[in-house]
Ligand binder design. Structure first.
Ligand code: GTP
Ligand code: MG
Length: 262
């Protein structure tokens, strides 16, 4: 009888809390000079995925484009931009880059864009990143959009949630292993149990619900406010206090609002 091949043992990596502390002291953050930095301890950390969610026009894509331009222009690093809604406009990047004093053409060359048309294509993204790209920032704009369009109705909900979780696992693994910054944007739906007396972040819930709650640590809710301004509110974080900051959308992308303006 042929001898059974011995299964290869999985090697677990152990470290002391001191070693982790030392490692974490060298962790870089994505500093943009926008209010987003202040909400999450100085900026997105290497290896971390942050979610921005809110209704249409709340500023999700503009926030993603500002972070993208900062990484490509200020840090001279590559960005992987997964545009699931087909709304990416290079002209807007040129405007933001110019207003922030970066070379717009250099910035555009550092942005590696993919526009999946189906959720199957979206699922492939992290298996097909070209070797030489090595993105420092990975953005998925409209992370739930294609799944939501294709898996309609209650009977498809668990399949949709399962695939979404699978996609996020792939993204989180990639971001952690490559010490990249991760950003996803997401739409909202009306909470069926919501009442007009509830704060807006309880009336408008992020699509994907628990699939995302348990995989993404920092979630920022964006909403429209008076005079065309916007408010970013950290609603779910295990590390930072829940707080909010106003911002405006300008030629620089997103910018803080000085106190006399608000
Ligand atoms: P959906 O993708 O529709 O769910 O919305 P979103 O949250 O991604 O909104 P987005 O960030 O695209 O736009 C927010 C707002 O930014 C818009 O309502 C416009 O007021 C503003 N905006 C969009 N494009 C530009 C631009 O090129 N220049 C300036 N100054 N403002 C813009
Ligand atoms: Mg958008």
């Amino acid at each position: 009888m042929p001898r059974k091949k011995k299964e290869k043992k999985m090697e677990l990596k152990w470290k002391t809390a001191f070693e982790l502390w030392e490692e974490r002291r060298n962790i870089k953050r994505l500093k943009t000079g926008t209010p987003i930095d202040e909400l999450i301890g100085g900026g997105i950390e290497e290896g971390e995925v942050v979610e921005f969610y809110g209704e249409f026009g709340s500023g999700k894509t503009q926030t993603a484009l500002t972070l993208t331009t900062c990484v490509a222009g200020e840090m001279d690093e590559n960005v992987l931009f997964v545009d699931c809604e087909g709304t990416f406009k290079p002209e807007r990047v040129v405007e933001i880059a110019g207003a922030r004093g970066y070379d717009p053409e250099e910035v555009l060359k550092r942005i590696h864009l993919v526009q999946p048309l189906t959720s199957d294509e979206q699922m492939e993204v992290f298996d097909q990143i070209p070797k030489d790209v090595k993105p420092k920032l990975v953005v998925v704009d409209g992370v739930t959009t294609l799944f939501r369009q294709e898996y309609i109705g209650r009977e498809n909900l668990s399949k949709r949630q399962g695939l979404l979780r699978q996609f996020l696992r792939k993204m989180i693994t990639y971001v952690r292993q490559n010490r990249a910054f991760g950003v996803v944007t997401n739409q909202v739906y009306g909470n069926p149990d919501g009442t007009p007396f509830m704060p807006l972040e309880y009336r408008e819930l992020a699509v994907g619900g628990h699939s995302l709650y348990h995989t993404i640590d920092n979630r920022i809710f964006l909403r429209k406010a008076k005079g065309g301004t916007r408010i970013a509110r950290l609603v779910d974080s295990s590390r930072y206090p829940m707080q909010e900051r106003p911002f405006k959308i300008t030629e620089k992308g997103i910018e803080p609002i000085e106190s006399e303006e608000s």
